[in-house]
Design a protein around this ligand. Structure first.
Ligand SMILES: [Zn+2]
Ligand SMILES: [Zn+2]
Length: 142
């Protein structure tokens, strides 16, 4: 069991398994986290359980039909699901336990911060990871 929580502890969740970790350098993720990039743990819906904080969560529509969830008390970015993904995206900084997997790739490196140097040999994708793009009629993230 892998547990996670927001900064104030109001939003708590647990997961049976983390499939993968990825670093996203897109402009929205950089701004929402205030960091060089955001790292997400990808979890199957059936492996994810929200324990508390559902009533406190607020949403921001970062792209049409694509909502980001936050703790309404402390402002932490909290788990959510992009409409084009089958998995829940858990901001990895919220994890209180070791997920057992390590980051496997960088995505949206075309919009990475000018002042940030990627110092590893993981695969880098300028935009979407092939096979995980939104449908042509779906939301577009820039
Ligand atoms: Zn909180
Ligand atoms: Zn992103």
């Amino acid at each position: 069991m892998i547990k996670g929580s927001c900064a104030c502890g109001s939003v708590r969740f647990e997961m049976d398994r983390v499939l993968s970790l990825t670093h996203c350098h897109c402009t929205i993720c950089r701004k929402l986290t205030g960091a060089a990039f955001a790292t997400y743990a990808h979890v199957q819906r059936g492996d994810f359980r929200l324990i508390s904080g559902a009533d406190l969560m607020v949403q921001y529509e970062s792209a049409p039909h694509s909502f980001r969830n936050f703790c309404g008390r402390c402002g932490s970015l909290v788990p959510g699901q992009a409409p084009y993904l089958k998995t829940i995206s858990v901001p990895a900084g919220l994890l209180d336990d070791d997920p057992g997997v390590r980051p496997k790739l960088h995505v949206f490196t075309a919009s990475k911060a000018a002042w940030h140097c990627i110092n590893d040999d993981l695969p880098k994708y300028p935009k979407w990871v092939p096979g995980f793009e939104p449908a042509p009629s779906g939301p577009v993230q820039s």
